[in-house]
Design a protein around this ligand. Structure first.
Ligand SMILES: Cc1ncc(COP(=O)(O)O)c(C=O)c1O
Length: 371
């Protein structure tokens, strides 16, 4: 829908602020147009290979393998690990449903772990309580780019012989001790869906430093064959390839990744400075080594606040509900911290083209209605 038409649906005359929308520089759109006009193959080919090489270089990991999205990334890793039947996969109760669903899809038992009230990521103490002899994998979500207590989680996993996978869907540009996230366990999963820092419309990637896993993933995503156009299948596999058109978009954004990161950090900082005096609005810090994908705030009565903001042409989105509030995971109990924050969170407008005056407008309204 055109901006003007959409705006008619709202009462305010102020410009409409989306919670998030894709923003592509003209040069990136031109790259795609040129690709389409050129003598190209459209399927996954040279540009995807180049994107994988560049993304591996950017994250300083040995291997990068692209997937159609950041769900199939994680389910593919789980499938390739060939865990025993009945193995448990532990996931934070505050994450997108995909992180939990991949455990189910691949036939494993899901265990939900509460979050820490310091950083909204998996709580190491609760993880310790949930681990059993059957626990084989932890998927740690870097919620809104936050590192959380990944160092403690890593140590627990090592001690308990549990494989660590990082769900870094929100976390391009976040580092732990100079290592890009995704390099701290066996594999790191990224999503390039519309709201992400790098977007291909849809898309995803796994980074890993484990050669064996990288080889398995490459076979797995290509019908279990070594080379396209050669029908020798020594392994089982799916078709999880992407298109070079997506990779052209990804390459264009990777070229300017530093400026995208800077912009997101600045958006977060400006919100922080304008909201910090309001003690009723809780904002979890984003540290220097972290990059947020959006701005998340935690407030009581978010339903009412969301509606008022909407009337003023400011669109927000509820953060992910606690997984154990979803019908499919409802019988899992005793996760009080995630239940508290996930029912109070709003994503504020955070698109890359947001101007300071837009942020100031959102904060002015928020500070007026939350007092
Ligand atoms: C934390 C997290 N993990 C996984 C996903 C799934 O990624 P995709 O939409 O690319 O499948 C998302 C999507 O937003 C996400 O936020």
């Amino acid at each position: 829908m055109k901006q003007k038409k959409l705006q008619k649906n709202y009462k305010s005359k102020e410009p409409l602020l989306y919670q998030i929308k894709p923003v592509f520089k003209k040069e990136i759109k031109d790259d795609l147009i040129n690709y389409i006009k050129g003598d190209n193959w459209f399927t996954e080919f040279k540009f995807t290979k180049k994107f994988e090489e560049k993304f591996a270089k950017y994250t300083n990991s040995k291997y990068c393998i692209c997937f159609p999205n950041g769900t199939l990334t994680m389910s593919s890793v789980l499938d390739c690990l060939k865990l025993n039947k009945g193995s448990e996969v532990l996931v934070s109760n505050y994450t997108m449903v995909a992180t939990a669903n991949v455990a189910k899809f691949t036939g494993h038992k899901l265990k939900l772990v509460d979050i820490s009230d310091k950083d909204l990521c998996m709580c190491p103490e609760d993880l310790m309580k949930k681990i059993s002899k059957k626990s084989k994998v932890v998927i740690f979500t870097h919620m809104n780019g936050r590192i959380g207590q990944i160092d403690k989680i890593k140590k627990i996993c090592r001690r308990k012989n549990i494989i660590l996978i990082e769900d870094a869907a929100h976390a391009i540009g976040s580092f732990f001790k100079k290592k890009h996230v995704g390099n701290l366990g066996i594999a790191g999963s990224f999503s390039f869906s519309m709201p992400k820092l790098i977007t291909m419309g849809q898309g995803g990637a796994i980074i890993t430093n484990n050669r064996n896993l990288a080889n398995k993933l490459r076979l797995y995503k290509n019908f279990g064959r070594k080379n396209s156009g050669e029908d020798i299948h020594n392994y089982f596999g799916y078709n999880l390839k992407i298109t070079d058109m997506q990779s052209v978009l990804g390459l264009g954004q990777l070229k300017i990744i530093k400026s995208l990161i800077k912009k997101k950090k600045n958006i977060f900082k400006r919100y922080e400075s304008k909201l910090k005096k309001n003690i009723k609005i809780k904002l979890f810090k984003i540290k220097k080594n972290e990059t947020p994908w959006s701005v998340d705030v935690y407030i009581d009565n978010i339903k009412k606040i969301k509606k008022i903001l909407e009337k003023k042409n400011i669109l927000t989105r509820y953060v992910y509900p606690p997984l154990n509030s979803q019908k499919i995971y409802k019988n899992i109990k005793n996760l009080p911290i995630s239940e508290h924050f996930c029912t109070r969170g709003l994503w504020l407008p955070s698109s890359l083209d947001l101007k300071n005056k837009d942020i100031d407008r959102v904060c002015k309204v928020l500070n007026q209605i939350v007092n």
